[in-house]
Write a protein that binds this ligand. Structure first.
Ligand SMILES: Nc1nc2c(ncn2[C@@H]2O[C@H](COP(=O)(O)OP(=O)(O)OP(=O)(O)O)[C@@H](O)[C@H]2O)c(=O)[nH]1
Ligand SMILES: [Mg+2]
Length: 455
């Protein structure tokens, strides 16, 4: 991604389009000089707000009146000199100011380039940078809270605790390698390092167990709508979404693809997915639709099984109940067609929820049941949680390396300190990778390219 790291860059840091105010951000050695040229050489005091006319340095034409802020490096977001021009949010103003900045030798920033510079200048680590990206993308309250914690270094501090436990053990083992204690090699080594490593491993494992929660808060909790054809799955999806998202028809076998809708429930991002009705079929497309529905059922966090309550065929779709897992919900649909929506019928499931997507009766209860389950799964955790597959992978590898070190350490016929040290160095590398202390350009490019321009 990198062009010249020494270039002075600029970008619109607020959203595009007409607005009251738009912020152009400049970063690099030339930031202050370029700003001064736009303001006819008037000095800027760091961290003070200045109301200034911006003019074209060549033609002296007035471009806009702006509030201008200057942050002298290294005490700025990027660690470099940063200037913010709070202009009026008009595309014509921004084009005119940008064109002057280009003439002054500045370059348009690439996506994530400001944050990349902040990372390169140790203003934040990789976890904090990811937290910032997540905060910008956050749509729910839970996402906001989680991202804010990560951006503020909660996860990084936890990794530091893991690293210090690891390094304490490693230092002891390296001392053993350098100055072997002839009398009682393994005995003392085990005694001095094993408790710390056991504690570290249990901390890593506890965190891995919580990891699902962090990724689901970030990516969304997935709910599958399942059931026989014509049960009213697509109608329910539309009712929950509040708009016509999926095709509804009286013809059985209407839905084939997975149709997803994102909602906020209980402050969490929830994806509800409609699927093909489950029935024996010989139609190639329908068979593929049903295969996708079953796959969806497997990966969903919660399944809603719908059955047409107005039909006498209570067994319809029952064969697909093998997809059910504990905590799933069972819905009796189209209850508006029943005279008595709660007929006491023998041998039926008693925990079915009655719902009519058409009239909306029972919808509240369904949402409440969903919210209870989402909150149970994603509710607050005691420790800062991992939020990306990358984190889970790194912590998983660290945990395995610690396990390997402990196995070596406690070998009945005596440990080889060199091997223990090697495993611990592997673990340390995995944790270093997590915070970005150890990194590859490719991984960094992947992460920072995910940012928007101006970040
Ligand atoms: N009266 C009534 N009719 C409903 C209700 N929900 C769905 N229907 C009707 O039932 C028929 C099938 O509805 P869909 O939502 O398409 O059913 P589906 O489960 O998605 O069906 P497939 O996609 O074919 O699997 C349509 O004619 C709907 O109008 C309801 O609550 N009350
Ligand atoms: Mg459908």
């Amino acid at each position: 991604m990198h062009k010249q790291e020494t270039d002075t860059i600029f970008a619109l840091s607020s959203a595009r389009g007409s607005a009251g105010i738009a912020v152009l951000r400049l970063s690099g050695d030339q930031a202050l000089g370029a700003a001064n040229r736009l303001m006819d050489g008037k000095e800027l005091v760091p961290r003070k707000t200045h109301l200034r006319w911006l003019t074209n340095p060549q033609t002296k034409e007035q471009l806009d009146q702006a509030l201008v802020l200057y942050f002298a490096g290294p005490n700025s977001f990027t660690g470099e000199d940063v200037v913010e021009l709070h202009c009026h949010g008009s595309m014509a103003v921004l084009d005119a100011v940008s064109s002057c900045l280009l003439d002054l030798g500045l370059r348009s920033a690439e996506p994530g380039e400001f944050t990349r510079r902040a990372f390169d200048n140790n203003r934040l680590d990789l976890l904090e940078a990811e937290g910032l990206a997540d905060l910008i993308d956050s749509r729910t309250d839970a996402q906001r809270q989680q991202a804010l914690g990560q951006m503020g270094g909660e996860l990084s501090q936890q990794v530091e605790i893991w690293r210090s436990l690891l390094l304490a053990a490693l230092a002891r083992i390296e001392a053993e390698i350098d100055f072997p204690d002839e009398e009682d090699v393994s005995g003392s080594l085990v005694g001095q390092t094993e408790p710390g490593l056991a504690e570290l491993q249990s901390l890593l494992l506890a965190n891995l167990q919580q990891a699902n929660r962090g990724t689901k808060v970030r990516d969304g909790y997935l709910i599958a709508l399942l059931g026989p054809v014509n049960a009213g799955k697509s109608t329910l999806l539309n009712a929950l979404a509040g708009e016509e998202r999926a095709i509804v028809s009286a013809e059985p076998g209407t839905t084939r693809d997975i149709v997803e809708v994102q909602l906020q429930i209980g402050g969490f991002l929830v994806t509800i997915a409609d699927s093909a009705g489950l029935r024996p079929s010989t139609d190639k497309i329908e068979i593929e639709g049903i295969r996708r529905a079953k796959k969806l059922a497997e990966r969903a966090d919660l399944r809603l099984f719908l059955n047409d309550g107005s039909k006498s065929d209570k067994a319809a779709g029952r064969e697909f109940l093998s997809l059910a897992q504990e905590g799933d919900l069972f819905l009796r649909t189209k209850t508006d067609l029943l005279l008595d929506p709660k007929p006491a019928q023998q041998g039926e499931k008693t925990d079915e929820l009655n719902v009519s997507a058409k009239t909306g009766t029972g919808l509240e209860q369904v949402l409440l049941q969903i919210e209870t389950r989402v909150t149970q799964t994603l509710g607050k955790s005691e420790v800062p949680v991992l939020t990306r597959a990358r984190h889970i992978d790194a912590v998983g590898r660290a945990e395995q390396a610690v396990q390997a070190a402990r196995n070596e350490l406690t070998k009945p016929d005596g440990a080889m300190p060199e091997l223990v040290a090697e495993h611990l160095r592997d673990a340390s590398q995995s944790l270093g990778y997590l915070v970005g202390r150890v990194h590859s350009e490719q991984i960094l490019d992947e992460i920072f390219n995910g940012f928007c321009i101006g970040k």
